[in-house]
Design a protein around this ligand. Structure first.
Ligand code: TYD
Length: 235
């Protein structure tokens, strides 16, 4: 996805809604194929009359997009990388995610904190416990809870298959240039995160035909509480 945050009201609907906000994230290693399904899911929610904020990490605000440019290009030590990911996320949460959820919108983000656990924690081997501490600070809600997605769609694909898909597609960025072993660790990081919080994860086998992947996305969304939330009490 190349765009930063876009908020498109459903036809005939204003920015505010009486329905609760819904937060959905897409995750997976580079090349897992999540991007093409993000817009389709946004359209599905719009067809339900919801206003959708479509966004991404790192990025989603002018400041976080500047940090994205550095994160995807510049070499830095793992702590610096983790801190900048969370700095970008903090700006994104404060200025985009929380305001949109408070307005009752559906927020769909291409990546969120699970990517930090997978890439910085798994891929780089950065301390998992420190990431938990940063997550608690950055995603703290006024009631003492930690902001988490309502649903995370994890596109699970073998790193060797993802690498084949990416080969020659475009100039690889800093992360896409990493080794096969790095992506094996990233994939294991996603698996660890999914096992720790199974109630909000839906694992989508991403090695299937695109139509079947979309069918699985639909089934996961419709099976989840967020779908009823999105449709309101009359659903
Ligand atoms: P992505 O937007 O999926 O890449 P692209 O636009 O090239 O498809 O993600 C950008 C990269 O940032 C991706 O390689 C994963 C990495 N990343 C992290 O390492 N940690 C994080 O916390 C996040 C959000 C992304």
């Amino acid at each position: 996805m190349t765009l930063a945050t876009t908020t498109d009201p459903a036809p005939g609907q204003g920015a505010s809604s009486a329905l609760p906000g819904v937060f959905i994230t897409f995750e997976g290693i580079d090349g897992a194929g999540k991007s093409s399904h993000i817009g389709a899911l946004a359209d599905l929610f719009r067809a339900q009359g919801r206003t959708v904020t479509l966004t991404r990490e790192p990025g989603g605000t002018p400041l976080a997009e500047k940090l994205r440019g550095m994160l995807l290009a510049d070499a830095m030590d793992p702590l610096c990388e983790a801190l900048l990911m969370f700095a970008a996320r903090r700006d994104h949460i404060c200025n985009v995610i929380e305001p949109a959820l408070a307005r009752g919108e559906v927020v769909i983000s291409d990546r969120f904190t699970d990517a930090t656990f997978a890439y910085q924690g798994g891929g780089r081997g950065f301390d998992w416990q420190v990431l938990h501490t940063l997550e608690g600070w950055v995603q703290a809600l006024p009631d003492g809870h930690t902001r988490q997605p309502d649903l995370t769609l994890w596109f699970d694909l073998a790193p060797a298959v993802a690498a084949q898909r990416l080969a020659g597609a475009r100039e690889p960025d800093k992360f896409e240039s990493e080794s096969a072993a790095f992506f094996e660790r990233v994939a294991a990081g996603y698996g660890r995160r999914c096992a720790a919080q199974p109630e909000r994860f839906a694992r989508i086998p991403a090695d299937q035909a695109r139509e079947q992947v979309w069918a699985d996305v639909l089934a996961a969304v419709r099976a989840h509480r967020c779908w009823t939330l999105a449709k309101g009490p009359s659903a």
